[in-house]
Design a protein around this ligand. Sequence first.
Ligand code: NDP
Length: 293
Amino acid sequence: MKLIDGKAVAAEIKNNLKHEVDAYRLSSGRSPHLAAILVGDNPASQAYVGNKVKSCGEVGFNSTLIRLDANTSEDALLHQIKLLNEDPDIDGFIVQLPLPDHIDEVKVTLAIDYKKDVDGFHPYNFGRMAQGLPCFLPATPYGITLLLERYNIETAGKHVVVVGRSNIVGTPISILLSRKSKTGDATVTLTHSKTKNLQSILLKADIIIAAIGIPNFIKDDMVSQGAIVIDVGINRIESESYTNGSKLVGDVDFEHVRYKASMITPVPGGVGPMTVVGLMLNTFKAAKKEVYQ
Ligand code: NDP
């Protein structure tokens, strides 16, 4: 079994990006600028946003973190988004999900200027992605394709089974892998909670992409010998037996599946760091006006 080391690949890409950003700063006299809005104090969201802000520093971006109270109204959030849309110094921004229940996520996503939508969640970017047009790819699927590329994982003609159909991971990665492209040309089966006989479908997969949100859901008897397994899940499980009272696990039962898989991503240190890389690359493209003028 070979470990797919997302942490190492992310560090390598960020290091290269830093040099490109240095050159951009010299020629343009400014640094790329990413803003993030965090509503409420969800610990996981705070950690994700913290990593994104830290990565901005590492690659030489400016960053602005806007923290809003959990009781912030939808109108107040939409107003904040309008300010960022109109601020010429902000190249791109994200609104960290999930949002409190009283705020409509769709409305919020639609309010973001698609030219600054560096998370790639706006339907305009999603539609362009589906048609293979220049766009901001959603950060996690983008990161997964970079990992596949870096490890020379052939996708053409392979059977990929994606478990989970969310708008931010499962659905877009299934579209990207099935498109006519370098990390595409796969035959993709998109599965979800209503799928029947998931085990038998998974056993026919050359590549499995798990984005479910259930700790250790994919067991070793669901994976064929030699399959490649990409685990997107990030789940915190608590137990007094862990050093800090909790630990992070994926959607794949790594300890057992690793004996079946030919290649597998760990959690943490697999897809997570690559999501941040996807965001950094999108922000740099936004600063350079590479996708939209
Ligand atoms: P969602 O909750 O939006 O979607 C989960 C999907 O899993 C749904 O499509 C659901 O089906 C499906 N599902 C649930 N139960 C089953 C089941 N028993 N069998 C088959 N499918 C099932 O999750 P996300 O896509 O947002 O996130 C998935 C995981 O990835 C989470 O752990 C999340 O924390 C992690 N994540 C990690 C990121 C990273 O950077 N590494 C980035 C984003 C997410 P249905 O549609 O029928 O309900």
